[in-house]
Design a binder for this molecule. Sequence first.
Ligand code: FES
Length: 201
Amino acid sequence: MSLSFSDDMLKEVQRIVESYPQGKQKSALIPVLHIAQQEFGGWLSTETMDYVATLLGLKPIEVYEVATFYSMFNLKPVGKYMFEICQTGPCMLNGSDEIVAYIYEKLGIKPGETTTDGMFTLKTVECLGACGYAPMMQQGKHYREHLTKEKIDTIVDECWGMLYKIIKNKIFPLGDRGYMGRKLLLEKLTLKASGSMSVPP
Ligand code: FES
């Protein structure tokens, strides 16, 4: 098995395990799976789940059972930004189906699919406890509420903007020397990636 947490992450896992009574290390499974998902590319491969099982002294099947039950765990690679649309009653009555259809129209992905550029994944999930703000979705650590087509447009642009910042910070790590030339390069990269977005000033 080649996977391994960093030393810092192993310390964090140990801290979580020790917060439960002796012999109850299984209780640490969900928080440790969250860490594993975050550390190993945003999803849980069989190898990752087996590693977590070894770490916690569990049988692999005990990890699979939990990871396949909860929708917050991804069992295949996902895009950089994930839209998890609630499809339970209140959200459905307030138009979640239309939102899913609009995302398909805009990004060409159905629930369970990822855009070919690896940017967006669409998922449908059950009630996320924000029914009063229907229709809503979870996007990373954020709840996006009272969704409309216009809000989806804004959110998609925001995601491209966040990626733009990441690229910019990589290209300009030491500041703005030679700014114009690198701005042009960045513009080409960003436009190529998004197919639509203009570069902020
Ligand atoms: S029904 Fe969508 S958040 Fe509860």
